[in-house]
Design a protein around this ligand. Sequence first.
Ligand SMILES: Cc1cc2nc3c(=O)[nH]c(=O)nc-3n(C[C@H](O)[C@H](O)[C@H](O)COP(=O)(O)O)c2cc1C
Length: 345
Amino acid sequence: MSFFGACMNPIQSLLVALPPETAHNLAMSALSSARHLPGKVTPLAGKQSTFLGKSLRNRIGLAAGLDKNAEAVLGLARCGFGFVEVGTVTPLAQPGNPKPRMFRLPEHGALINRMGFNNHGMHTMARRLSAVRESGRLNGTLLGVNLGKNKDTPNDQAVSDYVKGMDCLHTYADYFTINLSSPNTPGLRALQHGQALHTLLSKVKEQQLALAGSSTPVPLMLKVAPDLDQAEVGQIAEQVIACEFDGLIATNTTVARDAVAGHQHAAEQGGLSGAPLAQRSVEVVRQFRRELPEQVAIVGVGGISSAEDARTMLDAGAQALQIYTSFIYQGTNLVRNLVESTIEP
Ligand SMILES: Cc1cc2nc3c(=O)[nH]c(=O)nc-3n(C[C@H](O)[C@H](O)[C@H](O)COP(=O)(O)O)c2cc1C
Protein backbone atom coordinates (compact mmCIF):
# COMPACT_ATOMS: atom_id res chain seq x y z
CA MET A 1 0.00 0.00 0.00
CA SER A 2 1.36 3.40 -0.83
CA PHE A 3 0.17 6.87 -0.05
CA PHE A 4 3.46 8.07 -1.47
CA GLY A 5 3.58 7.11 -5.12
CA ALA A 6 6.29 5.50 -7.17
CA CYS A 7 9.05 7.78 -5.90
CA MET A 8 9.26 5.89 -2.59
CA ASN A 9 9.42 2.30 -3.68
CA PRO A 10 11.28 0.88 -0.64
CA ILE A 11 8.60 2.30 1.62
CA GLN A 12 5.92 1.02 -0.71
CA SER A 13 7.40 -2.49 -0.56
CA LEU A 14 7.45 -2.37 3.21
CA LEU A 15 3.85 -1.18 3.40
CA VAL A 16 2.62 -3.89 1.03
CA ALA A 17 4.30 -6.55 3.17
CA LEU A 18 2.35 -5.44 6.24
CA PRO A 19 -1.27 -6.25 7.10
CA PRO A 20 -3.52 -3.58 5.50
CA GLU A 21 -4.52 -1.80 8.70
CA THR A 22 -0.94 -1.71 10.05
CA ALA A 23 0.21 -0.22 6.74
CA HIS A 24 -2.63 2.27 6.90
CA ASN A 25 -1.68 3.37 10.43
CA LEU A 26 2.00 3.78 9.49
CA ALA A 27 1.18 5.85 6.42
CA MET A 28 -1.23 8.00 8.43
CA SER A 29 1.48 8.67 11.05
CA ALA A 30 3.83 9.81 8.30
CA LEU A 31 1.16 12.05 6.79
CA SER A 32 0.30 13.43 10.20
CA SER A 33 3.96 14.36 10.79
CA ALA A 34 3.83 16.47 7.62
CA ARG A 35 2.11 19.15 9.72
CA HIS A 36 5.58 20.02 11.06
CA LEU A 37 6.72 21.06 7.59
CA PRO A 38 6.64 24.85 7.33
CA GLY A 39 4.46 27.02 5.13
CA LYS A 40 0.98 27.20 3.73
CA VAL A 41 -0.49 24.26 1.86
CA THR A 42 -2.15 24.97 -1.49
CA PRO A 43 -4.11 22.61 -3.77
CA LEU A 44 -2.69 21.70 -7.17
CA ALA A 45 -3.87 24.16 -9.81
CA GLY A 46 -6.64 22.55 -11.82
CA LYS A 47 -10.05 23.34 -13.18
CA GLN A 48 -11.26 26.15 -10.93
CA SER A 49 -14.99 26.16 -10.20
CA THR A 50 -17.58 27.26 -7.70
CA PHE A 51 -18.60 24.33 -5.55
CA LEU A 52 -21.17 24.61 -2.76
CA GLY A 53 -20.78 28.38 -2.99
CA LYS A 54 -16.99 28.26 -2.50
CA SER A 55 -14.00 28.40 -4.76
CA LEU A 56 -12.68 24.93 -5.63
CA ARG A 57 -9.13 24.95 -7.06
CA ASN A 58 -9.34 21.49 -8.60
CA ARG A 59 -12.02 18.84 -8.85
CA ILE A 60 -10.20 15.97 -7.14
CA GLY A 61 -11.02 15.26 -3.50
CA LEU A 62 -10.09 12.68 -0.90
CA ALA A 63 -13.07 10.51 0.09
CA ALA A 64 -14.11 9.94 3.69
CA GLY A 65 -12.73 7.11 5.77
CA LEU A 66 -9.00 7.53 5.26
CA ASP A 67 -8.60 10.30 7.82
CA LYS A 68 -11.44 9.36 10.14
CA ASN A 69 -10.06 11.50 12.97
CA ALA A 70 -8.67 14.57 11.19
CA GLU A 71 -5.14 13.57 12.21
CA ALA A 72 -3.47 14.31 8.88
CA VAL A 73 -5.43 17.10 7.24
CA LEU A 74 -2.37 19.20 6.35
CA GLY A 75 -0.39 16.18 5.13
CA LEU A 76 -3.26 15.06 2.93
CA ALA A 77 -3.84 18.60 1.66
CA ARG A 78 -0.14 18.62 0.73
CA CYS A 79 -0.89 15.77 -1.71
CA GLY A 80 -2.67 18.41 -3.81
CA PHE A 81 -6.36 17.60 -3.36
CA GLY A 82 -8.91 20.34 -4.01
CA PHE A 83 -10.93 19.09 -1.07
CA VAL A 84 -10.39 16.66 1.78
CA GLU A 85 -13.23 14.93 3.63
CA VAL A 86 -12.55 13.77 7.19
CA GLY A 87 -14.63 11.27 9.20
CA THR A 88 -16.89 9.43 9.46
CA VAL A 89 -17.00 10.83 12.97
CA THR A 90 -19.63 9.92 15.57
CA PRO A 91 -20.57 11.80 18.76
CA LEU A 92 -18.83 9.28 21.03
CA ALA A 93 -15.55 7.54 20.34
CA GLN A 94 -16.03 3.88 19.38
CA PRO A 95 -13.65 1.02 18.57
CA GLY A 96 -15.31 -0.29 15.39
CA ASN A 97 -15.44 -3.95 14.46
CA PRO A 98 -12.91 -6.58 15.55
CA LYS A 99 -9.77 -6.96 13.39
CA PRO A 100 -9.02 -8.05 10.74
CA ARG A 101 -11.53 -5.73 9.08
CA MET A 102 -9.73 -4.53 5.95
CA PHE A 103 -8.70 -6.82 3.07
CA ARG A 104 -6.69 -6.17 -0.10
CA LEU A 105 -7.73 -7.53 -3.48
CA PRO A 106 -4.83 -6.11 -5.51
CA GLU A 107 -5.64 -8.21 -8.59
CA HIS A 108 -8.87 -6.21 -8.81
CA GLY A 109 -7.52 -2.85 -7.60
CA ALA A 110 -10.01 -3.25 -4.76
CA LEU A 111 -10.46 -3.38 -0.99
CA ILE A 112 -13.11 -4.90 1.25
CA ASN A 113 -13.59 -3.22 4.62
CA ARG A 114 -15.88 -3.56 7.59
CA MET A 115 -14.21 -0.97 9.82
CA GLY A 116 -17.51 0.00 11.51
CA PHE A 117 -16.92 3.73 12.11
CA ASN A 118 -13.90 3.29 14.39
CA ASN A 119 -13.12 6.85 15.47
CA HIS A 120 -12.04 9.09 18.36
CA GLY A 121 -15.35 10.96 18.62
CA MET A 122 -16.44 14.46 17.65
CA HIS A 123 -14.78 16.39 20.52
CA THR A 124 -11.33 15.08 19.62
CA MET A 125 -11.96 15.91 15.99
CA ALA A 126 -13.07 19.43 16.97
CA ARG A 127 -9.79 20.01 18.82
CA ARG A 128 -7.77 18.87 15.80
CA LEU A 129 -9.77 20.90 13.29
CA SER A 130 -9.58 23.95 15.50
CA ALA A 131 -5.77 23.68 15.45
CA VAL A 132 -5.78 23.31 11.64
CA ARG A 133 -8.02 26.35 11.21
CA GLU A 134 -6.07 28.44 13.74
CA SER A 135 -2.80 27.64 11.99
CA GLY A 136 -4.16 29.41 8.90
CA ARG A 137 -2.08 27.04 6.76
CA LEU A 138 -4.88 25.50 4.72
CA ASN A 139 -4.70 27.78 1.72
CA GLY A 140 -7.68 26.91 -0.48
CA THR A 141 -8.25 23.20 0.24
CA LEU A 142 -11.90 22.77 1.17
CA LEU A 143 -12.60 20.67 4.25
CA GLY A 144 -15.60 18.35 4.41
CA VAL A 145 -16.74 16.69 7.63
CA ASN A 146 -18.53 13.36 7.28
CA LEU A 147 -20.97 12.61 10.10
CA GLY A 148 -22.32 9.27 11.30
CA LYS A 149 -24.21 7.76 14.21
CA ASN A 150 -22.82 5.64 17.00
CA LYS A 151 -23.44 1.91 16.66
CA ASP A 152 -25.44 1.84 19.91
CA THR A 153 -27.77 4.68 18.93
CA PRO A 154 -31.04 3.17 17.70
CA ASN A 155 -32.26 4.29 14.27
CA ASP A 156 -35.24 6.18 15.71
CA GLN A 157 -32.78 8.41 17.61
CA ALA A 158 -30.18 8.60 14.84
CA VAL A 159 -30.97 12.20 13.99
CA SER A 160 -29.76 13.34 17.41
CA ASP A 161 -26.28 11.96 16.62
CA TYR A 162 -26.11 13.88 13.32
CA VAL A 163 -27.32 17.05 15.04
CA LYS A 164 -24.70 16.66 17.79
CA GLY A 165 -22.01 16.32 15.12
CA MET A 166 -23.21 19.49 13.41
CA ASP A 167 -23.36 21.44 16.68
CA CYS A 168 -19.84 20.42 17.60
CA LEU A 169 -18.11 20.81 14.23
CA HIS A 170 -19.94 23.47 12.20
CA THR A 171 -17.35 26.20 12.75
CA TYR A 172 -14.66 24.13 11.04
CA ALA A 173 -16.49 22.52 8.10
CA ASP A 174 -16.77 23.85 4.54
CA TYR A 175 -19.52 21.26 4.13
CA PHE A 176 -21.10 18.40 6.04
CA THR A 177 -21.75 14.95 4.62
CA ILE A 178 -24.63 13.06 6.19
CA ASN A 179 -23.51 9.47 5.81
CA LEU A 180 -26.40 7.01 5.69
CA SER A 181 -24.68 4.52 3.44
CA SER A 182 -22.00 2.59 5.29
CA PRO A 183 -22.77 -1.14 5.10
CA ASN A 184 -20.84 -1.69 8.35
CA THR A 185 -23.13 -0.06 10.91
CA PRO A 186 -26.09 -2.42 11.31
CA GLY A 187 -29.31 -0.86 10.03
CA LEU A 188 -27.74 2.42 8.89
CA ARG A 189 -28.74 2.02 5.25
CA ALA A 190 -32.39 1.65 6.27
CA LEU A 191 -32.29 5.38 7.01
CA GLN A 192 -31.95 6.03 3.26
CA HIS A 193 -35.60 5.13 2.72
CA GLY A 194 -39.18 6.29 3.30
CA GLN A 195 -40.32 8.31 6.27
CA ALA A 196 -37.05 7.67 8.15
CA LEU A 197 -35.14 9.54 5.43
CA HIS A 198 -37.60 12.42 5.35
CA THR A 199 -37.57 12.86 9.13
CA LEU A 200 -33.80 12.73 9.33
CA LEU A 201 -33.03 15.10 6.45
CA SER A 202 -35.63 17.65 7.47
CA LYS A 203 -34.35 17.80 11.06
CA VAL A 204 -30.77 18.09 9.86
CA LYS A 205 -31.85 20.94 7.56
CA GLU A 206 -33.62 22.69 10.44
CA GLN A 207 -30.48 22.46 12.53
CA GLN A 208 -28.30 23.75 9.70
CA LEU A 209 -30.42 26.90 9.49
CA ALA A 210 -30.61 27.33 13.26
CA LEU A 211 -26.81 27.09 13.59
CA ALA A 212 -26.22 29.59 10.80
CA GLY A 213 -28.50 32.31 12.16
CA SER A 214 -27.93 35.27 9.86
CA SER A 215 -24.68 33.92 8.39
CA THR A 216 -24.24 31.51 5.46
CA PRO A 217 -25.25 27.95 6.41
CA VAL A 218 -22.70 25.12 6.13
CA PRO A 219 -23.74 23.22 2.97
CA LEU A 220 -25.23 19.74 3.39
CA MET A 221 -24.36 16.71 1.28
CA LEU A 222 -26.00 13.28 1.48
CA LYS A 223 -23.79 10.23 0.86
CA VAL A 224 -25.59 7.28 -0.70
CA ALA A 225 -24.95 3.61 -1.36
CA PRO A 226 -24.45 2.12 -4.82
CA ASP A 227 -26.87 -0.68 -3.95
CA LEU A 228 -30.06 1.20 -4.89
CA ASP A 229 -32.65 0.45 -7.56
CA GLN A 230 -34.13 3.06 -9.89
CA ALA A 231 -37.20 3.66 -7.68
CA GLU A 232 -35.03 4.18 -4.60
CA VAL A 233 -32.87 6.68 -6.48
CA GLY A 234 -36.04 8.60 -7.38
CA GLN A 235 -37.30 8.61 -3.79
CA ILE A 236 -33.97 9.77 -2.37
CA ALA A 237 -33.71 12.53 -5.00
CA GLU A 238 -37.19 13.73 -4.00
CA GLN A 239 -36.12 14.09 -0.38
CA VAL A 240 -32.84 15.80 -1.28
CA ILE A 241 -34.89 18.40 -3.15
CA ALA A 242 -37.66 18.66 -0.52
CA CYS A 243 -35.18 19.12 2.33
CA GLU A 244 -33.05 21.55 0.31
CA PHE A 245 -29.80 19.66 0.54
CA ASP A 246 -26.93 21.22 -1.40
CA GLY A 247 -25.49 18.05 -2.86
CA LEU A 248 -25.07 14.33 -3.04
CA ILE A 249 -22.03 12.07 -2.80
CA ALA A 250 -22.40 8.90 -4.84
CA THR A 251 -21.29 6.32 -3.88
CA ASN A 252 -20.15 4.52 -0.78
CA THR A 253 -18.86 0.92 -0.98
CA THR A 254 -20.99 -1.95 -2.32
CA VAL A 255 -22.19 -5.17 -0.73
CA ALA A 256 -22.25 -6.80 -4.19
CA ARG A 257 -19.48 -9.28 -4.95
CA ASP A 258 -20.12 -10.45 -8.52
CA ALA A 259 -17.14 -8.49 -9.87
CA VAL A 260 -14.69 -10.25 -7.52
CA ALA A 261 -16.31 -13.71 -7.40
CA GLY A 262 -13.77 -16.44 -6.73
CA HIS A 263 -11.26 -14.18 -4.95
CA GLN A 264 -10.04 -15.55 -1.61
CA HIS A 265 -11.48 -12.50 0.19
CA ALA A 266 -14.69 -12.21 -1.83
CA ALA A 267 -16.81 -13.69 0.95
CA GLU A 268 -15.57 -11.27 3.62
CA GLN A 269 -18.38 -9.17 5.02
CA GLY A 270 -18.26 -5.43 4.44
CA GLY A 271 -18.09 -2.97 1.59
CA LEU A 272 -16.17 -3.47 -1.64
CA SER A 273 -14.39 -0.41 -3.06
CA GLY A 274 -12.09 0.31 -5.98
CA ALA A 275 -12.16 -0.63 -9.66
CA PRO A 276 -14.99 -3.22 -9.47
CA LEU A 277 -17.28 -0.45 -8.19
CA ALA A 278 -16.61 2.06 -10.96
CA GLN A 279 -19.32 1.12 -13.42
CA ARG A 280 -22.04 0.95 -10.78
CA SER A 281 -21.08 4.30 -9.21
CA VAL A 282 -21.14 5.99 -12.62
CA GLU A 283 -24.60 4.55 -13.25
CA VAL A 284 -25.89 5.84 -9.90
CA VAL A 285 -24.44 9.31 -10.59
CA ARG A 286 -26.09 9.31 -14.02
CA GLN A 287 -29.46 8.35 -12.51
CA PHE A 288 -29.26 11.02 -9.80
CA ARG A 289 -28.17 13.66 -12.32
CA ARG A 290 -31.36 13.01 -14.27
CA GLU A 291 -33.48 13.40 -11.12
CA LEU A 292 -31.80 16.38 -9.46
CA PRO A 293 -31.84 20.03 -10.54
CA GLU A 294 -28.53 21.48 -11.67
CA GLN A 295 -27.99 23.52 -8.50
CA VAL A 296 -27.70 20.29 -6.48
CA ALA A 297 -24.02 19.34 -6.73
CA ILE A 298 -23.00 15.73 -7.28
CA VAL A 299 -19.65 14.35 -6.16
CA GLY A 300 -18.79 11.15 -8.01
CA VAL A 301 -16.83 8.52 -6.09
CA GLY A 302 -16.26 4.82 -6.60
CA GLY A 303 -13.44 3.09 -8.41
CA ILE A 304 -11.92 6.14 -10.09
CA SER A 305 -8.35 5.08 -10.81
CA SER A 306 -7.40 6.71 -14.13
CA ALA A 307 -7.94 9.82 -16.21
CA GLU A 308 -10.44 7.86 -18.28
CA ASP A 309 -12.47 6.89 -15.20
CA ALA A 310 -12.46 10.52 -14.07
CA ARG A 311 -13.72 11.68 -17.45
CA THR A 312 -16.49 9.05 -17.46
CA MET A 313 -17.67 10.17 -14.03
CA LEU A 314 -17.67 13.85 -15.04
CA ASP A 315 -19.58 12.99 -18.22
CA ALA A 316 -22.17 11.17 -16.11
CA GLY A 317 -22.87 14.48 -14.38
CA ALA A 318 -20.52 14.81 -11.41
CA GLN A 319 -19.14 18.29 -10.65
CA ALA A 320 -16.29 16.99 -8.53
CA LEU A 321 -14.71 13.62 -7.80
CA GLN A 322 -13.31 11.77 -4.82
CA ILE A 323 -10.89 8.87 -4.56
CA TYR A 324 -9.90 6.48 -1.82
CA THR A 325 -8.87 2.96 -2.94
CA SER A 326 -6.86 4.03 -6.00
CA PHE A 327 -4.99 6.53 -3.80
CA ILE A 328 -4.02 3.66 -1.51
CA TYR A 329 -2.67 1.65 -4.45
CA GLN A 330 -1.19 4.43 -6.60
CA GLY A 331 -0.28 7.22 -4.18
CA THR A 332 0.14 10.92 -4.75
CA ASN A 333 1.13 10.70 -8.43
CA LEU A 334 -2.45 9.75 -9.17
CA VAL A 335 -3.75 12.98 -7.62
CA ARG A 336 -1.57 15.01 -9.97
CA ASN A 337 -2.62 12.92 -12.99
CA LEU A 338 -6.29 13.29 -12.20
CA VAL A 339 -6.05 17.03 -11.51
CA GLU A 340 -4.22 17.59 -14.80
CA SER A 341 -6.54 15.38 -16.81
CA THR A 342 -9.67 17.11 -15.49
CA ILE A 343 -8.64 20.70 -16.26
CA GLU A 344 -10.69 20.66 -19.50
CA PRO A 345 -13.39 21.50 -20.26
C1 LIG B 1 -11.11 1.30 4.41
C2 LIG B 1 -12.24 2.18 4.02
C3 LIG B 1 -12.91 2.93 4.98
C4 LIG B 1 -13.96 3.78 4.61
N1 LIG B 1 -14.60 4.52 5.57
C5 LIG B 1 -15.58 5.38 5.21
C6 LIG B 1 -16.19 6.21 6.17
O1 LIG B 1 -15.82 6.22 7.35
N2 LIG B 1 -17.19 7.04 5.77
C7 LIG B 1 -17.60 7.09 4.45
O2 LIG B 1 -18.51 7.87 4.13
N3 LIG B 1 -17.03 6.32 3.51
C8 LIG B 1 -16.03 5.48 3.86
N4 LIG B 1 -15.42 4.71 2.91
C9 LIG B 1 -15.93 4.77 1.51
C10 LIG B 1 -15.14 5.74 0.64
O3 LIG B 1 -15.25 7.06 1.11
C11 LIG B 1 -15.64 5.68 -0.82
O4 LIG B 1 -16.99 6.14 -0.86
C12 LIG B 1 -15.61 4.28 -1.40
O5 LIG B 1 -14.46 3.58 -0.97
C13 LIG B 1 -15.63 4.28 -2.93
O6 LIG B 1 -14.52 4.99 -3.44
P1 LIG B 1 -13.17 4.27 -3.95
O7 LIG B 1 -13.58 3.16 -4.87
O8 LIG B 1 -12.37 5.37 -4.62
O9 LIG B 1 -12.48 3.74 -2.74
C14 LIG B 1 -14.38 3.85 3.25
C15 LIG B 1 -13.69 3.10 2.28
C16 LIG B 1 -12.63 2.29 2.65
C17 LIG B 1 -11.93 1.49 1.56
